[in-house]
Ligand binder design. Structure first.
Ligand SMILES: [Zn+2]
Length: 357
């Protein structure tokens, strides 16, 4: 087995390795190959340091050779990611939670990205490489709330005391930073509808994080209803938005973030989701828990019926979710721009919470 693996490695091809669960990236990250660096080439954890800098490197050698070198325990070097020039393929070699050996003195708080660049063999930076790297860096900035600027996205050569010159004068910073800043919408629309799960508890429902300006769908609408409930959007603003993450939502998210100690990026990421859940827990609406549908009998159905009665949608409170309740829920949904399924789910609950105020 071992000689075969060595043969494959030396041919520049790599077998897909199983990624440990702790190293799994959030679902809105661009596609990544996982090929772990030798364990001697990084240290587990961050020793308490927060991730706050992204360091741009150049390989000054070929992609396959770089991967091989970081897999070699004699290297004493690594990076979290290596990007291929020809097509922008991204290989992850160190989990973001771990410390790569890439920039002496800065490793603890940094994520390092190597870009294939080998002018001696005719390999310059490519557009595929810039775009792929920008999508990755955008995702990283959203994940950790790192501002997408040159103070936080730095060249290896720019770090104080650096004795390296990468990425060098041919790296196009203005083009690259423009791509990083422009990516939020495309990240969001690619993933907003098929990512993660809405999280509900007694206080309310919080959409699955990982979207921003340009996203469309029920998770966006849920975010809007939650923000309206908490006073960061108006009811008419939600209805006008119609599930689109536009400028009104962006401004509301930023205000909410600023007031809750989250970097005001306007992107709805995990930090914002956590803050949203906390805010809802501090101001419980008393609306019935989500997840009620036709045929259910329960005390929660009774709470729902009381609310529907209060709002003028039905008369009888029976505790049974029958045709009258379903019709009342449908009318409520139609009045709130919600798909009239007749089931009482997270979105309907969030709209109900606002109306109960
Ligand atoms: Zn470097």
């Amino acid at each position: 087995m071992r000689p075969l693996l060595v043969a494959i490695v030396s041919a520049g091809l790599f077998l897909a390795a199983a990624r440990p669960a702790a190293a799994a990236p959030p679902p809105w990250y661009p596609p990544l190959r996982w090929l772990p660096a030798a364990s001697a080439n990084y240290t587990p954890g961050r020793a308490g340091a927060a991730i706050g800098t992204i360091v741009i490197h150049a390989t000054e050698g070929r992609y396959a050779g770089t991967l091989s070198w970081f897999r070699d325990p004699r290297a004493g070097l690594s990076a979290h990611y290596v990007i291929r020039a020809s097509d922008g393929e991204i290989t992850q070699m160190v989990a973001e939670a771990d410390t790569a050996f890439e920039a002496r003195g800065f490793n603890r708080g940094a994520i390092g990205i190597e870009h294939e660049f080998d002018p001696n063999h005719g390999i310059s930076y490519t557009d595929a490489e810039y775009r792929s790297s920008a999508a990755l860096v955008c995702a990283i900035t959203k994940r950790y709330g790192i501002p997408a600027d040159r103070a936080h996205i730095r060249g290896h050569s720019e770090l104080p005391g650096a004795d390296h010159s990468d990425p060098g004068p041919t790296w196009n910073w203005s083009y690259y930073i423009g791509l990083v800043r422009g990516c939020a919408g495309s990240v969001a629309t690619a993933t907003a509808t098929d990512v993660g799960e809405t999280m509900c508890d007694g206080a309310g429902c919080v959409p699955a994080p990982g979207f921003g300006a340009g996203a469309i769908g029920t998770e966006v609408a849920l975010l809007q209803w939650d923000l309206a409930y908490l006073g960061w959007m108006t009811r008419s603003g939600v209805l006008l938005g119609d599930g689109h993450f536009g400028t009104r939502t962006l401004a509301s998210v930023r205000s909410f973030q600023a007031a809750n100690g989250v970097p005001a990026t306007g992107f709805y990421g995990p930090l914002t989701a956590t803050a949203l859940g906390r805010s809802l827990a501090r101001t419980p609406s008393g609306a019935a828990d989500a997840g009620l549908a036709f045929g259910v009998s329960s005390a929660e159905v009774m709470r729902l019926q009381r609310d529907l009665r209060e709002l003028g949608y039905m008369d009888m409170v029976t505790g049974y979710f029958g045709p009258a309740t379903r019709d009342a829920v449908r009318r409520f949904q139609l009045d709130h721009g919600i798909d009239p399924t007749g089931d009482y789910g997270p979105l309907t609950r969030a709209a109900m919470a606002l109306d109960r105020r």
